[in-house]
Design a protein around this ligand. Structure first.
Ligand SMILES: O=P(O)(O)O[C@H]1O[C@H](CO)[C@@H](O)[C@H]1O
Ligand SMILES: Nc1nc2[nH]cnc2c(=O)[nH]1
Length: 287
């Protein structure tokens, strides 16, 4: 099921009728990383269940609230909870909020996620700046842009070689160094799978050989839709667990560990994002 431009606009107009905040930055919080939304001042909060056309959050660690407010003076909108393919939603429904962001006036999207580390140099607690992605469900025909294309959102065949804004990656690296995060700040390639089962050992080995540094079940669909409609994208993965690559290992991936690592690193991740938001303003990267 696909949403028409008019349906997306109706949801955006409904939201804009209830708040004067006109966000230029849209933030999506990953598993256990919803604390970012609490940094917003002068909040106007909507439960997803009250927003026309919105799906509901079903995953522990995703609160299901859309929070408008200001972050260091910048008007922002923040998804405290995202949607995943494994929740059973059509891929176009998962990414609906990104188009709503666009129609609200957002031009820069910042996404966070929890991910398993495939790169053997990565440690649990590392923050990885996403420089690229591998869209595994897309290889099997599951792309959020499948179906009729509405040119009011974007072109039929959008380019993805520039999906992740290089200036923002550079800026985030600088901000991270200044904050003293150099020891746990990385960059790399994120691979999305549909989940909800975690990977087998053979799958982790394969993904690593294919060039992925981290694996998760989100973000990429949102990035594709954001780029399709011309928004700038910056994304971070928190490495919440090491992917199991060795048959002698006793490690077992589990969602509790994912949420636990999120708690341990949330303060630094929040500071990195909020400082980045301030620098976007200072550097006047905005059009
Ligand atoms: O990508 P986010 O939403 O951070 O969540 C990640 O954490 C969950 C698994 O623990 C999966 O949903 C995976 O995608
Ligand atoms: N697919 C996947 N998603 C995750 N989210 C957090 N950790 C993981 C992981 O190891 N694999």
């Amino acid at each position: 099921m696909s949403y028409t431009y008019e349906e997306c606009k109706a949801t955006a107009d409904w939201l804009m009728a209830q708040t004067d905040i006109r966000p230029r930055i849209g933030i999506v919080c990953g598993s256990g990383l919803g604390g970012l939304a609490n940094l917003l001042k002068d909040q106007v909060v909507f439960n997803y269940r009250d927003i026309p056309n919105f799906p509901q959050s079903t995953v522990h660690g995703h609160a299901g609230r859309l929070v408008f407010g200001t972050l260091k003076g910048r008007p922002c909108v923040c998804m405290q909870g995202r949607f995943h393919l494994y929740e059973g939603y059509p891929i176009q429904k998962i990414t609906l909020p990104i188009r709503i962001f666009k129609l609200l006036g957002v031009d820069t999207v910042i996404l966070t996620n929890a991910a398993g580390g495939l790169n053997q140099d990565f440690k649990v607690g590392d923050i990885m700046i996403m420089k690229d992605h591998i869209n595994m469900p897309g290889f099997a025909g599951n792309n959020p842009l499948s179906g009729p294309n509405d040119e009011r959102f974007g072109t039929r065949f959008p380019c993805m070689s520039d999906a992740y804004d290089r200036e923002l990656q550079q800026l985030a690296m600088e901000v991270g160094q200044e904050l003293g995060y150099g020891d746990f700040l990385r960059e790399g390639v994120y691979c999305v799978l549909s989940g909800p089962s975690f990977e087998t050992i053979a799958e982790c080995r394969m993904l690593h050989r294919l060039g992925a540094d981290a694996v998760g079940m989100s973000t990429v669909h949102e990035v594709i839709v954001a780029r399709h409609c011309g928004m700038r994208v910056f994304a971070l993965s928190l490495i919440t667990n090491q992917a199991v690559m060795d048959y002698d290992s006793e490690e077992k991936a589990n969602h509790e560990e994912v949420l636990q690592t999120g708690k341990q690193r949330s303060e630094q991740l929040e500071r990195l994002v909020s400082t980045l938001v301030t620098r976007i303003e200072h550097n006047n990267i905005y059009a």
